[in-house]
Design a protein around this ligand. Sequence first.
Ligand code: SAH
Length: 345
Amino acid sequence: MKPEIKNLTLPELEAALKELGEPKFRAKQVYTWLHRGVGDFSEMTNLSLSLREKLSERWLLTCPVPVRKLISESDGTIKYLWRLWDGNCVETVLMRYHHGNTVCISSEVGCPMGCAFCASTIGGLVRRLSAGEMLDEVVFTQKDSGLEISNIVLMGIGEPLDNYDSVLRFLELVNSPEGVNIGMRHISLSTCGVVPRVLELAQRGLQLTLSVSLHAPDDETRSRIMPVNRRWNVETLLDACCAYFQATGRRISFEYAMIRNVNDTEDAARLLIRRLHGLPAHVNLIPLNHVEESPLEPSDRQTVRRFQQQLEQAGIPCTVRRTLGSDIDASCGQLRRKYRVEHNA
Ligand code: SAH
C-alpha cells in the first residue's frame, strides 16, 4: 500500500519533494491542489508530467465518492454518504446556520464505544480514518456543495479520541493557512469521555471547543447507557473537564440526549446542576433521535423544556438543540446503517 499524500503537513511535503529534487514552492502548489480536492494527480496542471507521474507512483491520492446525497427540504441540511477507497462508507453532514456553514465529520468507520442509543456503534469499529480522509470530508463537501465552510464539528460517526493521533494531525491540516484555513475556535470536538485523552488534549492548549457527551449525571444511569463510564466515571470525567478548562480557558460544552424516563427527571436535573457547579459550562439538550434497534424513546417537549428551565434557573446556560435534517436521517450513523442493511454489508 502506498502512503496517503494528504496525510502530510506542508513542511513534511516540502521535505518529501526536496528528496525528489523539487524546489520548495512546488510543495505548496501540490498542497494547494490537495486541499482544493483534486480527484487525481493528472489534474495538477501546473506541474510537469514527469513530476505528476512520480507523485502517483509514490503516493495514494484519496478521493471519496458520494454514494448518497440527501438534501433536507425543510432546512437545506445536506447529508453525504461517502465511499472510501477501500469500499467502506462514512457520513458527513453540512448544516446551514446564520453564523455560517458547519460541517459535521466522521472520525472512524463505525465506533467501538457501544453507547446504547447510538446507531454508529451497531456493528462496532471497522477502522479508523486517516487525517487525510477526515480532510477529504471537509474538502469534498465544500467542493460538491459549492458552499464555503466556516465551522467544523467532530460529531459524526466514531470517537475522535479513540483516533487521537490522526485527529490531531487532521486539526493541523485543516487549520493551515495554505489549506482550508479554519481556526481552532471554529472547531468542536465531541467525546464520550476518554479521560486520558482529554487530559492529553488539555496539555496541547488548543483553542478548540471540547464537547462532552454526558447524557446522565449519575454513574448508575450513565454506565447503563454508556459503557465508557464503567472505565472512567462521571466524577473522573468532570475532573478532566476542569483540567481542560484550566489549561485552555475554554468553556466546556456538554451534550445531553433527553431519554424518556431514563435521564429526564427533576432529580436528574438537580444532580446535574450540583455536579456542574463551579465549572464554566454550556449544556446542549438534544431530544433523542429514535434508533430502530433501540428501545429508548425521546422525552416529550414539555419535559425537555422543564429540564432546561431548571438548569437555567440554577445559572447554567442551556439550549435545546434544533434538530436539523431529521427528514433525511441526518443524525449520527443512521444513513450508513440503512445503506448497510439494504446492501447486506
Ligand atoms: N463519539 C463522540 C462523537 C459522536 S458525536 C461522542 O460520543 O461524543 C454525536 C453526538 O450525538 C454524541 O453526543 C452522541 O452521544 C449523540 N447521539 C448519538 N446517538 C444519538 C441519538 N440517537 N439521539 C441523540 N443524540 C445521539
